[in-house]
Design a protein around this ligand. Sequence first.
Ligand SMILES: [Zn+2]
Length: 330
Amino acid sequence: MDGEIRVSIVKVSFVHNNFRTTGAINLSKQGREMKLNLSVRVTVMLLMLNFFVTAFAESPSGMRLYVLNSGSLSLGKGVLQNLAPMEPQIRIPVAMFVIKHPKGNVLFDTGNNDKIIDNPGYWGPNFAALKPVNTPDVSIESQLARINMTPDDITYVVVSHMHLDHGGNVGKFPNSTLVIQRDEIEYAMFPDEPFAGAFIPGDVAELRSGIGIKKPNAVPMLVLEKTDLDIFRDGAIVVKRARGHTKGGQMLIVRLPNTGTVILTGDAAYFRDNVTKSIPPNIALAYDPAGILRGYEWIRYMMASEGADFFTSHDPEVFKAYRKAPEYYD
Ligand SMILES: [Zn+2]
């Protein structure tokens, strides 16, 4: 994003200097207007060219998208989707994703905290309520091992949000850079009253440095101020801010060389139907309900404008159909 803006400014200043040089000659008013119009036209053309180069840059070969499994949860579908039944309960998957890029590996979401494998009490009443699968094979290390990676192989960790099933293992990547919105990390520690239950204070506390240290974060972080981020400056992996489900939510745009554009939604869309049939979520977990609907609209725009597909984290039918790591999308 920064790169795009810088390139545009260079082009504009080139045109501006060019005009100023010729403008020093005593041109007639008509001549000056013609020069100005030409300058504006050239600037617009250069900006458009810049846009097209950026928008349709080729994704680097060797990119891969892996789907990892952080277990599953049990709940009434109505908890997530408006007017859906609460009984019988359904089991929803908890997905994580790794994107391999020539310049580094990006993890999108960190799943349930692995502490619940040995210590279910870490989740308090959430453990009994959600009945998570907590076998060692769904730990983040076991899942990364399926693609011959360890946490140290991850360059950037991007969290869709800090709820217990997405931000659980953020503390396990001391050598990676966490990409998170400032309002999400603040809100996760101290949310409004109806929303506190889905954040685990211990998950957030692991990101905080020790007492007396001036730098607040214990791990490297890119704290975004209500903005998007093109991670490798090539349009291939772009963090998209998405306030809705939580205060500082994020989606991830992944532009793969063969598969094309895939949007990883996190909980900006729970089920495929939410987006394709415009079914609103249950308001119980919606920080900004209108923001969620705007998120659906944005996904549909991406589908229409660049043939994007989208991958949800919790849709049981969709998850069944994914290629699971070590298989991949390229
Ligand atoms: Zn979730």
